[in-house]
Write a protein that binds this ligand. Structure first.
Ligand code: GDP
Ligand code: MG
Length: 660
């Protein structure tokens, strides 16, 4: 714990005269009180439900260790006491000093406020406990708040928890220990909790279950304070027990003697003061470690420190959570309330989606998707087109060095007939062309499929983005887009299949490149043949083709010239075919994308909408139960956090002073 600022003056026992209202702590409370009030208000608002922990003094102890007695002593009011388990629900005790002589006592639970008085408080608590946890011996985690406003009591808020018991008594559930341990752990785990560990002087501290539990969540003990009760019953060795501190009790020990039986609180305090003053053993315990008044003072100091320490963080997390909830609510799908509103939303969404698509798919403007490379469509499309071209040019079909003249020779031999031999048969050329085109025919089709898959992902993502606030619309526009794109993909595939068929059927080009390339290749014929046939080279380099293995061709001298010619025609023509496949694909692609974005998409979405108009527009106005529940939850959170923010808003300047 941080060091404590100057606290209230300890009320000396000597001053504790017979007067009824001797304050346990002085008016120092006035400073911290607004902060404590704010924390109490936040607790009342149930800010814990938003995951925000409040600074809290949590009272734990084994059964009959004297928890209730300590709280009674602090509050100056009777609590249910007795054998077995009395505290069966978390009891939030809000003690407030107030100057008027008549005390005010009331309970708050289950949204109710029940007034009672000092004499009847214990019964009222028992009744309320029965109402919350049933009148058996079971326990519940629903808290009960007891507010005591009385002259002279400390401004303290503490939570009393069910005492820890190992063995279920008759009528208690078997897992009573686990239930109680669960509740206690939930309260003492948060760093913001101060653990007030009540120990009976009559027992061996290390064997206490409550010590074991608090050490689990507060290993260093920096937020654990021990109150030793029943000092009167076991004074022997008490000094040694509390001086030894082998339990990691960072906040120290306070030894007390509570009221016994029907003693009045005033008498009890006098008794206690006498005991620690006169008892031969107990009087040796340091005065800063004994007595209920000192405990009250110490608790108010600790409370002031922890509140001052926690409130700025609480204010911050309330703000953060409030902003997060508001922005989440704003992001939630909206539900139009009339067909006109739904239609307007629909038109707006289609329009803006269309504009986005135009930008990324056609104009190459990607300001809406700066960091999403997948959505920089014009660049991605040309990349894919380049890759397609590269693959066409580098596939085995396009490698002119492969099996030099083998196919040409075979085809020529097969097209021999009873006719003059020096006419180059056109059919031979076409049959080689057909086989080659067949060899690459999958590639354009694969490319078209890849392109449409990409376009589909882009279009769906844009539509989803623009219609994210309208779930139904999102479904129907996505559906329409998928339909349309699958139709357009089919069209592309049949178009490309036709292109391939056409390439197989006719060899034609008007490009002069064909003739010039062919002549360049043919010019090398004499040299090549001389090298192979006369000089016996088995490998030759042909300009425009590359190095080829040619040893095997010697055996076919009768068709060699025609085969060479055929090969060179095909080599020159194949470049033309590939270029055509790439260029026409590029134009087709561009044409399809424009068509899709500028015409077809809107048409398809509208016709999908019109086909069951009442439906989509109607459904746009319905909200799914899960969305409705989420919205309600967010609205509730926002209300709660907003109120909490207001609570803190009034005291922020004070928080600043205290956390310095
Ligand atoms: P709880 O179960 O922890 O709430 O314990 P209680 O407060 O009900 O106390 C259990 C018993 O111990 C009661 O009979 C109390 O009167 C008694 N007791 C509590 N504190 C003291 C004390 O300081 N001295 C003596 N002699 N008895 C005490
Ligand atoms: Mg009790």
């Amino acid at each position: 714990m941080a060091h404590f600022s100057n606290g209230p003056d300890l009320v000396e026992y000597e001053d504790a005269n017979m007067e009824t209202h001797v304050p346990l702590v002085s008016s120092y409370n006035d400073h911290i009180r607004p902060l404590l009030d704010a924390v109490d208000k936040l607790r009342h608002l149930k800010i814990m439900n938003e995951g925000i922990q409040l600074p809290t003094i949590v009272v734990v102890g084994d059964q009959s260790s004297g928890k209730s007695s300590v709280l009674e002593s602090l509050a100056g009011i009777n609590l249910p006491r007795g054998q077995g388990i009395c505290t069966r629900v978390p009891l939030v005790m809000r003690l407030q000093h107030r100057p008027t002589p008549t005390p005010e006592v009331f309970l708050e639970f289950n949204g109710k406020k029940v007034y009672t008085n000092e004499a009847r408080a214990a019964d009222a608590i028992s009744l309320a406990t029965d109402e919350i946890a049933g009148d058996g011996k079971g326990i519940s985690n629903t808290p009960l708040t007891l507010v005591v406003k009385k002259k002279g009591i400390p401004d303290l808020t503490m939570i009393d928890l069910p005492g820890i018991t190992r063995v279920p008594v008759h009528g208690q559930p078997e897992d009573i220990y686990e239930q109680i341990a669960g509740i206690i752990t939930e309260y003492i785990r948060p760093e913001e909790s101060i653990i007030l560990n009540v120990l009976s002087a009559t027992v061996d501290f290390p064997t206490c279950e409550s010590i074991r539990m608090s050490r689990q969540v507060d290993k260093t003990g920096e937020r654990t304070l021990a109150v030793v009760t029943k000092s009167d019953k076991a004074p022997e060795g008490l000094l040694e027990k509390v001086a030894a501190d082998d339990l990691n009790i960072g906040l120290g020990y306070v030894c007390v003697k509570n009221r016994i039986g029907d003693e009045s609180f005033e008498d009890a305090r006098k008794e206690e003061a006498q005991l620690f003053k006169n008892h031969p053993l107990l009087s040796r315990i340091d005065k800063s470690m004994v007595g209920i008044p000192f405990l009250a003072q110490k608790l108010t100091q600790i409370q002031a420190t922890i509140i001052a320490k926690c409130l700025p963080d609480i204010a911050r997390s309330i703000n953060e959570k409030l902003n997060a909830s508001i922005s989440e609510l704003n992001k939630m799908p909206r539900t139009p309330s009339s067909p006109a509103e739904a239609m307007t939303a629909f038109i707006g969404i289609v329009g803006s989606a269309k504009e986005s698509l135009r930008k990324i798919l056609i104009r190459g403007e990607f300001d809406e998707y700066l960091n999403d490379h997948q959505m920089h469509c014009t660049a991605r499309l040309v990349e894919m087109l380049n890759l397609y071209s590269y693959e066409l040019h580098n596939c085995s079909e396009s490698d002119p060095t492969r099996n030099f003249l083998v196919e040409e020779i075979r085809v020529l031999e097969e097209s021999r007939g009873i006719k003059l031999p020096n006419f180059l048969p056109h059919g031979a050329f076409l049959s080689i062309l057909q086989r080659k085109v067949d060899g690459i025919s999958r590639m354009p089709i694969d490319f078209v499929e890849k392109i449409w898959a990409y376009i589909e992902s882009v279009v769906l993502s844009v539509l989803r983005h623009h219609s994210e606030n309208y779930h139904q619309l999102q479904l129907s526009t996505s559906g329409a887009a998928k339909n349309l794109i699958s139709k357009m993909k089919e069209q592309s595939i049949s178009w490309v299949t036709e292109i391939i068929q056409m390439e197989k059927m006719t060899d034609y080009t008007c490009s002069p490149d064909y003739m010039s390339e062919w002549s360049k290749l043919m010019n090398q014929q004499d040299t090549i043949f001389r090298l192979i046939l006369t000089q016996g080279y088995s490998k030759v380099k042909i300009e425009g083709i590359g190095e080829v293995e040619a040893g095997h061709i010697k055996a076919y001298q009768n068709v060699l010239h025609q085969a060479f010619d055929l090969k060179m025609r095909m080599t020159a023509y194949w470049m033309i075919v590939l270029r055509r496949l790439v260029e026409s694909m590029a134009l087709h692609l561009q044409f399809s994308v424009q068509n899709l974005v500028n015409k077809e998409m809107e048409k398809e979405i509208i016709s999908e909408l019109m086909s069951n108009q009442g439906d989509v527009i109607g459904r746009m106005m319905e909200e799914s139960p899960s969305i409705a529940a989420k919205r309600e939850k967010l609205n509730k959170s926002i209300k709660l956090l907003g109120e909490s923010k207001k609570v803190l808003g009034n005291i922020m300047d004070k928080i600043a002073t205290y956390s310095d």
